[in-house]
Every structure is written in C-alpha cells, then in structure tokens.
Design a protein around this ligand. Structure first.
Ligand code: G6P
Length: 607
C-alpha cells in the first residue's frame, strides 16, 4: 500500500508529481505529500486526506527543472494526520524520504537515533529512514542510503532527495514494488506503471535490495553490495488511456464493462486449434503424472478464484486441491511434496502475503505456476512459470475484471489437468473448451442485467445485512459476491453454503432480510430451492440468480436475475458479474466512493 513517485527533468515537477500520485491513489488515500528541491532548497508540502487537498494546497505552484518525490498514504503506523504524512525529513530538513512498506525494526532504530539526538515528529516507521540516512551522510547521498538500508528490516520502496544534491533522486526497494521510468532527458520512479505511462513506456523493474540513482541524463543501478548492475528496460505495450475512466462515472463500472473483452483476450492467448496450450508453463503429461495434489494460494478476491479452482480441478481432473489463504499458509508449516504444483493467484503480483507464501512453497520444493495480471511484477518474476491474465490496468480498489480473468485462467488450467490426467474424456474436454470460448460472448448478455440490478439496488440499499447462499460452485461464487458487497457498500454480508444455513445462520433471518440465492447447479436446483423456501418462510426477501428456463417458483423469489444458458460448470463466470453490478449500484445508492472504499487499498504490500 501507499504510492510513491519521483521526478527529475526539465518539466514542472509539481505537475509531474501530482499527476503521478493521481494514478496511484488506489494504493491509499489517507494523506498526500511532496518534497521538492528547487533553487537549492528543500520544500515539503503535505496534507491529511485525499490528493485533491494537496492539489488545492499547491494550486499555482510551479517548479520547472526541479527534483521531487511524492507520496499517497495508506496508514500503517500512526493515524492519518499531517504529522504522519510523508515525506518525512531529518532534523535539519535537508533530506526527505517517501516510503511504501513497513520497517519492522523501527522501534529499535528510533530509540538508537533518539539517543544520538534525533528528534522525531511523527509516529511513523518511515521517519527513522530519514534520520538514519542523515546519520550516515557525509557528502554522498548514495552512500548514505546504501548504509541506511543495511539496517532496515521489513519491506520498503524508498524515494530520497536532498537539497545538497539538487539534481538527484536515490531510490531503493525490498519486498515493495518500484519501477524506474526511463525518459528522454528526464527520469522517474513510481510504485506502479500507470503513474509514469504518460511520459515514458520504457521502465526498469528494480530487484530486491537494489538501489537506483537518477538524474535527468542517467539511471544507475547498484546491487546490495554496491556493484553496478546492467539492466535492460522493459517496453510497456498497453496504453495510458486504459487506465482512464473513458466516459464512465467510475472505474469500477468501466472495468465491469471491459469483462467480455479481457476474458476473451485471456482465453485466446492460450487457445490453439480447439485446445488450450499451457505447455510453456510446464503443465504437461509428465507433471500431471507425478503430482498427487495441487495447492492454490492467494488473498482476497484472488483467493475466491482459488476456491473456484479447487472445485473445478477436483471435478475435472480428480486431483485433490488445497485452496489456502496466503497469510495462513506462510506461517503454518505447510505440507508440500517436492515437485508439487502450487498455483499462486494475484492481480498485482505484489501482495506481501501472497509473495511470502509463494517463496515458502518454493523453498519447500513446489513448482510454482502464477496467474498474474501485472507484467513484470515480483510474483511474475519469481514464479517458475506465469499465466498472464490480460485484464489490463485495474484501478478500482474492488477487483472485478481481474477476477473474471483469473477465473478464465483457472478454468483453462483445470481443463488441461483434466485432459492430461486422463480423467476428462477428450470429447468432454473439447465441449468444455468450446463452452469456455463462448463465455465472453455470453457476458455481453449478462451485462444487460445492469438496469434491472440498478432498480433492485434502489429498493434494497438500506439493508443492514445481506446473506448470499448457494451450493457447490454457487457457494464459492457467493463468497466473492459477499466480499464485493461488503468492501464497497459497507453493508454487513455473509456467504453461506445453502445447506449449512440451518445450522446457525438462519437464526439471523428476520422479516425483510435480503438473501441473494444463486441456483445455477442444475443437479442441486431443487435442494437450493428448498433452502430458499426456508428463508422465505422466515420473512426474507429473496433475490434469486438462475439460468434462463429454470423453474424458479414465483412465490419464493421477490426478484429473479436470469442468465444465458450454458453448462453448470461455468456458472461462476457468468454469475459473478451481476453480483459485481449489484454491489456497485448498492454503493452508488448509498452515495459512497465506489472506487476508493474506506480502509482498503488495492495493492497490499504489507502483511
Ligand atoms: C486487496 C485488494 C483485493 C485483492 C487482494 C489481493 O485486498 O483490495 O481486490 O483481491 O488485495 O490482491 P492481488 O493483487 O494479490 O490479487
């Protein structure tokens, strides 16, 4: 979390930093600030709250040809306040630092620096970095940063400027993302590519423990031992416009409407003559013959893609699958068999817990296949093989299109595992591949439920609690539907296996409680209908989701969303979108900030 930027070049540094921060606000929005070295003086401007506050504060300020760093914060140490806002400085106010990550040993360092005479003004872990660099500074900023980082434990992406070096930025990273943008007589740093894409498409991904020194003419990179590193830049082939709202009111709705296209892109990237080709990620006969189980690991929404993966891999390939939350996996001394396949799912490719879980699995001998959206991210670089999801930049904090493409990738892997294991007959495989190919097309029909869902939301947005129920794949879909609703509308919600409701949760159903029931597993349809009747009998209002042509009894469903007919196995792919639209319109009705929900951030680079 937190976004950092830095700019050195001839353009107005204020505009460059504020523009960059605007693209990173999805990473946190508790406060924003910049430090600029102009005319030999370091100035810091910062404010609590969103970036718009900083923009007003800096209205009319210009500093062409200067050097600067900027930050947008997701608070970890210390409440959102002016004092805790970045940039932080040393006592003399001539060195400024922005930071994304957590310095785990900051208490110890703070005590030591205080004993040395440093006076701290914030509660943050970051402030120690500014004082530490000051401690090691003689006349060379690079050496001071190099010495300082050897004392840091935890994670960091750092941008450092000093008024004694008015044409230079020093940047460092460990376990938090940082890219260097290589421009024409200008260079930049940023936590993520969209922040610099307007100015350059050539980026360098810093590796862990590397330090970069930027001036307007050059970018020099050093490894942790101070040895110069030669690194080619990577040319970004997607467009800045893809990270703009393009006429939609919010990023979230724009991103939902991109789903048919990005799902098709993800599928077609692996579709060859009626088959799915995953040979380059090592999913081949030899692997499938040797594995006894598969692990799927992720956080948040991506974890729900893992849950769908568990259900369909076990169903199609008859291989046992353990789906696990990364923050649990990493600390529980997990059982991994050497050579076991572990699938890691991450939109950003930078989530701290997911990255740590991947490293843990790898250390224990697993073969890692990662489903990742952001090209060049840490997980994509460290995995043994990568299946990219082609969702393009996702800006809204609540994940939508990236999730749909993760599902697409998971289905492709499940089908291949099924075929290669011999448990999925080839004629079924071919039928399923064609079915999956057809899903993006059906999504266009699914999106037409938009107006109906907007109307439903206008009737139900004042609910205090919503329950999502379903069986089998409809249950795992409900988990994601529930998360989506709670994270943006702040309405309490729970997902329950429909058959489990009677063991406790049904006690919470009272007159008027909204229950969203998905009944798309035809084999289980009657069972789910019985569960709907149970809640209806206790006064619930029911929104039912089913395939067109389903025999949903009119008396039990207050609202019915029907989705185009396809095989039951694909239900989560079609049904998640109406659930995203439902969460979206409920939030719009409540008047909350859809794209930037409270307390959340998109890229969670801290534990
Ligand atoms: C955060 C985001 C979620 C995302 C999760 C995992 O919580 O708000 O949308 O699912 O992190 O992120 P990843 O980038 O690893 O998919």
């Amino acid at each position: 979390m937190c976004g950092i930027v830095g700019y050195v070049g001839s353009k107005d540094v204020v505009t460059m930093l504020l523009n960059g921060l605007q693209k990173l606000e999805y990473r946190g929005y508790d406060s924003a600030g910049v430090a600029i070295v102009a005319n030999g003086c370091l100035e810091v401007h910062k404010t609590k709250g969103r970036l718009s506050g900083l923009c007003s504060l800096m209205d009319g300020c210009k500093a062409p040809g200067a050097v600067g760093i900027g930050h947008t914060r997701w608070a970890t140490h210390g409440e959102p306040s002016f004092e805790n806002s970045h940039p932080h400085t040393n006592c003399a106010g001539d060195i400024a630092v922005v930071h994304n990550g957590i310095i785990e040993n900051y208490m110890k360092l703070k005590k030591w620096l205080q004993d040395e005479g440093a006076v701290f003004v914030s509660e943050t872990d970051t402030e120690v970095v500014a004082h530490l660099i000051n401690h090691f500074y003689t006349d060379d900023l690079l050496s001071a940063v190099q010495a300082a980082v050897t004392h840091l434990e935890g994670s960091y992406a750092l941008g450092v400027v000093s008024e004694k070096h008015p044409d230079m930025i020093v940047a460092a990273r460990k376990d938090s993302p940082l890219v260097v943008g290589v421009g024409n007589s200008e260079n930049m740093i940023a936590s993520d590519i969209p922040a610099i894409l307007e100015y350059t498409r050539d980026v360098i991904f810093l590796e862990d423990k590397e330090i970069a020194v930027l001036d307007c003419r050059s970018v020099r990179i050093f490894d942790e031992y101070g040895k110069p590193v030669n690194r080619d830049s990577y040319h970004v082939d997607w467009d800045a416009a893809q990270a703009e709202k393009g006429g939609y009111e919010h990023f979230m709705i724009k991103e939902i409407f991109e789903e048919p296209r990005v799902m098709a892109d993800t599928f077609m990237s692996r579709y060859k003559e009626g088959m799915i080709d995953l040979s380059d990620i090592g999913i081949d006969e030899k692997l499938v013959r040797s594995i006894r189980k598969v692990g799927v690991i992720a956080c948040g929404t991506a974890f729900h893609a893992c849950m769908v993966g568990k259900y369909i891999i076990e169903r199609l390939a008859r291989i046992p699958v353990e789906a696990e939350i990364a923050s649990e996996f990493r600390y529980r001394n997990p059982l991994i068999e050497p050579g076991q396949l572990v699938i890691i799912v991450s939109q950003s490719g930078e989530t701290a817990d997911t990255l740590a879980a991947m490293r843990e699995a790898k250390k224990r001998g697993a073969k890692i296949a990662a489903i990742v959206n952001v090209v060049g991210s840490t997980i994509s670089r460290e995995a043994d093989a990568v299946l990219y999801t082609h969702a393009g930049p996702e800006i809204a904090v609540a994940s939508t299109k990236a999730y749909n493409t993760q599902l697409m990738a998971v289905y492709m892997i499940a089908l291949e595992l099924g075929r290669l294991s011999g448990n999925l007959p080839i004629e079924d495989y071919i039928r399923y591949v064609e079915g999956l190919k057809n899903i993006p097309q059906l999504m266009n029909t699914v999106l037409q439920t938009k107006d109906q869902l907007a109307r439903i939301a206008s009737r139900h947005f004042s609910q205090n609690s919503v329950f999502f129920i379903g069986r089998g794949l409809d249950y795992v879909l409900s988990m994601e539907a529930s998360l989506k609703l709670k994270e943006i509308s702040y309405i309490h919600s729970e997902a329950y296996a429909a058959g489990e409701l009677k063991h406790g949760t049904i006690a919470l159903i009272e007159d008027g409680t909204l229950v969203v029931a998905t009944a798309m597993q035809r084999r289980l349809f009657d069972k789910t209908v019985s569960n709907i009747k149970e809640v209806k009998a206790r006064g619930a209002k029911v929104l039912a989701v089913c395939f067109e042509g389903s025999d949903m009894p009119a008396e039990i469903a207050d609202e019915v969303i029907t989705l185009p007919d396809t095989d039951d196995i694909f239900a989560p792919l079609l049904a998640v979108t109406p659930m995203q639209l439902f969460a979206y319109y409920m939030t719009v009705e409540k008047g909350f900030d859809v794209d930037k929900p409270r307390n959340l951030a998109k890229s969670v680079t801290v534990e």
